[in-house]
Design a protein around this ligand. Structure first.
Ligand SMILES: NC(=O)c1ccc[n+]([C@@H]2O[C@H](COP(=O)([O-])OP(=O)(O)OC[C@H]3O[C@@H](n4cnc5c(N)ncnc54)[C@H](OP(=O)(O)O)[C@@H]3O)[C@@H](O)[C@H]2O)c1
Length: 315
């Protein structure tokens, strides 16, 4: 089969497809014929720096998610041809991932799905929708009557969160740090240019999904109303931790702070996502599609950061 295999730091212009054996199944692991996959910022980080870390298997096939069909069910009990999505749990880091025609994956991170979505749209779902879903429902306990602020909304996760919250019936205030991108947020009720200070500039917000993260999180905490919940899910601001954070003074009285980590996907959440997509007749948005042989160009597009939304590869 063809795959991208990384052995060290690899700029996009050095990414290439090579021929490797199709992996053999073992107990607890299933072989998935990859039909499509979404690309992620974390794969860029892996390729450009994280690959040197001792916990990364080397050589490694990157790719933290995919959609496809069971090619060999091993001892899982699933049928050959079962449509599945797979994500996370070390995929593309501690074992080979999805930048390949086949992927050998632990059955507990593979989820059968019942959907008619085409492969390209389906590929936009696993990591992005699971993260948006968990942030909005498990963490923010989002309800139709809520006003949701999405800080840093011009990213795959932001667009998915807008789709979900609007379908639910919420009022959505979405921000971007680039004036030119305000029109990309037209699905939201209000699009706001974020100069780092939203406190006093957004009104009636009782739920906030922060995708910019620690860089401006303190401001997000003071931008929501008393009783509001803030979920830190992203790190687009490039700051990863909160230093000198004083929980007594920095979290306003009666405001709640939570965070979401997508490493623990579960079948019941996937089922809820696909029911919601069907019920609301939603077509998951993505930014750009490439064919498998165009993966090197897709990596350049990922690194450039100028695709608006998810990059999807069809195999
Ligand atoms: N917690 C979790 O488990 C989890 C899971 C998945 C993703 N994430 C995180 O969620 C965030 C979004 O992920 P994604 O995959 O949706 O990203 P993505 O689609 O790759 O989006 C990256 C784009 O975000 C834009 N962006 C928007 N606001 C920004 C800001 N304030 N500063 C810098 N860039 C900004 C940038 O474009 P412009 O600068 O042109 O706007 C950049 O091109 C990332 O931080 C990612 O690490 C977290």
């Amino acid at each position: 089969m063809k795959a991208v295999v990384l052995n060290g730091i690899t700029p996009a212009d050095q990414v290439k497809l090579t021929e490797v054996p199709i992996p053999q199944v073992k107990p607890g692991w299933v072989l998935v014929k990859v039909r499509a996959f979404g690309m992620n910022h974390s794969e860029q980080v892996l390729r450009l720096s994280e690959i040197e870390a001792p916990y990364i298997q080397k050589p490694v096939i990157p790719g933290i998610e995919c959609v496809g069909e069971i090619a060999d069910p091993s001892d899982s009990g699933w049928k050959v041809g079962q449509k599945v999505v797979a994500l996370m749990g070390g995929m593309g880091r501690s074992f080979d991932g999805s930048y390949a025609e086949y992927a050998l994956l632990p059955a507990h991170h593979v989820f059968p799905v019942d959907t008619d979505l085409p492969w390209d749209a389906l590929a936009a779902v696993p990591e992005t929708w699971f993260t948006a879903w968990g942030s909005l429902f498990e963490c923010l306990r989002l309800r139709p009557e809520d006003t949701l602020l999405i800080r840093g909304a011009t990213c795959a996760l932001g667009y998915a969160a807008i789709q979900i919250a609007k379908a639910l019936g919420c009022r959505v205030v979405a921000t971007t740090h680039r004036e030119a991108k305000l029109p990309l947020l037209s699905e939201a009720d209000e699009a706001v240019l974020d100069d780092g200070r939203l406190t006093g500039r957004v009104h009636g917000v009782n739920r906030a999904l922060d995708l910019v993260g620690p860089r401006f999180l303190k401001d997000t905490l003071t931008a929501v109303e008393k009783g509001g919940i803030v979920c830190n899910t992203g790190i687009l601001g490039g700051v990863f931790t909160l230093n000198d954070f004083d929980p007594i003074k920095d979290i306003p009285n009666g405001v709640y702070l939570t965070g979401f980590f997508s490493n623990y996907p579960a079948q019941h959440v996937m089922d809820a996502i696909f029911s919601f997509l069907k019920e609301h007749r939603l077509m998951p948005r993505y930014g750009r599609q490439y064919a498998f042989h165009e993966l090197p160009i897709a990596c350049e597009a990922l690194d450039s950061g100028n695709v608006n939304g998810k990059i999807v590869i069809t195999v």
